[in-house]
Design a protein around this ligand. Structure first.
Ligand code: T46
Length: 134
């Protein structure tokens, strides 16, 4: 799997404005079991700093922008999300860090499962060891 996997939402634009649409299991490659969004994140804050064992997610900045750093244990890549119709697929066992949130940033996340703290790996060394053990 590539480290960076983008997701194009269906984008219906006309002079009256735009609509962005996604159907779970049809467009999005999983059943959407949860959505959440981050907003009001101060510009000097970093979030994430973890990987998930099984969760798959798609993150999209529906307003503003933020920087993602993705790390699969072998390769680390950075990118900026800034388009409300361009998502980022984050597969299991991908370390992520989010930073440089714009003041108006709203980061929407579609998730394949319910919140479960036991699915998180929050220690980078533990993450690297888990990747090595695969
Ligand atoms: C991810 C990135 C992109 C819940 O109780 N339920 C939830 O559904 C979520 C997402 C979080 N929480 C609690 C757990 C923590 O006590 O909210 C607190 C902050 O969560 P966390 O530090 O994990 O937030 P981020 O912004 O570092 O990470 C979040 C998601 O947790 C994570 O899955 O991939 O956004």
């Amino acid at each position: 799997m590539p480290v960076v996997e983008r997701f194009q939402f269906q984008h219906l634009a006309n002079p009256a404005g735009s609509i962005v649409v996604a159907h779970g299991e049809r467009d999005v490659p999983f059943a959407i079991r949860r959505i959440y969004f981050l907003y009001g994140v101060p510009a000097d804050q970093m979030r994430g700093r973890h990987a998930h064992k099984t969760l798959t997610q798609i993150a999209v900045c529906v307003r503003g922008s933020c920087r993602f750093c993705l790390d699969d244990g072998h390769e680390r890549t950075e990118l900026v999300l800034s388009k409300p119709y361009e998502g980022l697929v984050i597969r299991p066992m991908m370390w992520r860090e989010m930073s440089d949130f714009s003041e108006d940033c709203v980061l929407l996340v579609l998730a394949s499962d319910a919140y479960d703290e036991s699915d998180y790996i929050r220690d980078y060394e533990e993450f690297k060891n888990a990747v090595r053990a695969r």
